[in-house]
Ligand binder design. Structure first.
Ligand SMILES: Cc1cc2nc3c(=O)[nH]c(=O)nc-3n(C[C@H](O)[C@H](O)[C@H](O)COP(=O)(O)O)c2cc1C
Length: 336
């Protein structure tokens, strides 16, 4: 629980129990574990976590070894009528993460996995656009750890799960939709979709972006376009989850990429999306430099560059023809 909400936590605990024996820490990040110093001080509880979690609890929350019970993968703790089973699920999205499974009720507490950044709705079926929130969260938090997510999904396959109660967003009592979405996202399955992110100062890059977008849409592709001057980074992360190609548009600024485009390129690098193809649109005034910089970044990613259209000042007719050719090439590989 977030630091600053200790009193809320205390009141909630007092409603249900007169003592605490165990505090389960699925994840050490402060939004989940920030109240641990308070709860450890005000009780004799043991902190239940993975080995890595014990190390994190020591550094973040000064919890001594004597107050920790390290649990192995699959280990259970009986609370009398209820049993908690701990499932190691590392790197979702920190190294210490685990899931807790309440055996008798079939409730899985996967912490951040399956999360949504929305406070709207208690159960999934009360939020019609739940998959939108789930995809956005996946893109922002889980996408770089797709292979670990895949392993975790395999691990919980044999469990009888009635509900999934993540630590952010609604509780899932209908599992099929979210499980099949996670199967797809962790496998890196993309759609016939192109993500276009761009910056522009005087509209030249934007003219090429607009033409490319129009042509790709005519080809029947989904196109998500974000002008970086006003873009919502979470939306870009969401669109990276299922886009097969990424187009970056940037003018040259001071011998390199526009700072917003540089930011976007670094974001793509960090989030490790499943896209396979890239293309670049760029404009310069005298000497250029943006394309060289973007090519350096893209070469460190696992992306095939389908084309670069670089124009001086404004795009000429022959430049626009190159954009048309690029659109054809993109459509040719993105459509399967
Ligand atoms: C602040 C600023 C810095 C620029 N730096 C360069 C530069 O270093 N090299 C260059 O070739 N052009 C430079 N330019 C010119 C732009 O790259 C050029 O105007 C380009 O056509 C802008 O594309 P846009 O219309 O998509 O914004 C600069 C322009 C501005 C406003």
């Amino acid at each position: 629980m977030n630091p600053g909400f200790e009193d809320v936590l205390r009141r909630n605990v007092e409603r249900y129990a007169d003592r605490i024996d165990y505090v389960v820490m699925n994840h050490a990040e402060p939004d989940h574990a920030g109240a641990i110093p308070f709860i450890m001080e005000s009780s004799d509880a043991l902190l239940v976590t993975t080995k890595k979690g014990a190390e994190m609890a020591k550094f973040y929350y000064d919890v001594p070894e004597s107050r920790v019970r390290v649990v192995e993968d699959g280990e259970e703790i009986s609370l009398g009528e209820k049993t908690l089973r701990f499932i190691h699920a590392p790197w979702l999205h920190w190294p210490e993460t685990m899931f807790t499974y309440l055996v008798e009720d079939g409730i899985l507490f996967p912490c951040d996995f399956f999360g949504c950044h929305t406070a709207y709705g208690f159960y999934d079926d009360e939020v019609p656009e739940i998959l939108y929130y789930a995809q956005r969260y996946f893109g922002e938090i889980m996408m770089p750890f797709r292979s670990m997510g895949k392993k975790a999904l395999e691990k919980i396959k044999g469990l009888k799960i009635n509900m999934i109660a993540p630590s952010h967003g609604p509780i899932y009592r209908n599992l099929e939709k979210i499980l099949s979405a996670y199967e797809k996202w962790t496998a890196g399955e993309t759609e016939e979709k192109v993500l276009v992110v761009y910056a522009t100062m005087w509209g030249s890059t934007e003219r090429m972006v607009n033409l490319l977008t129009e042509l790709l849409m005519k080809e029947g592709l989904k196109v998500a376009v974000h002008n970086l001057a006003s873009a919502d980074i979470g939306e870009i992360a969401k669109d990276l989850v299922d886009s097969r190609a990424i187009v970056l548009g940037t003018p040259t600024v001071l011998g390199g990429m526009h700072p917003l485009a540089l930011f976007a390129a670094n974001l793509v690098k960090a989030l490790r999306p499943p896209a396979r193809y890239a293309a670049v649109l760029s404009s310069f005034g005298w000497g250029g430099g943006a394309v060289k910089q973007i090519e350096e970044i893209v070469s460190s990613l696992n992306l095939e560059v389908l084309g670069v259209v670089e124009v001086r000042a404004k795009p000429s007719d022959s430049d626009l023809e190159k954009v048309r050719k690029l659109a054809e090439k993109i459509a040719g590989v993105v459509k399967v």
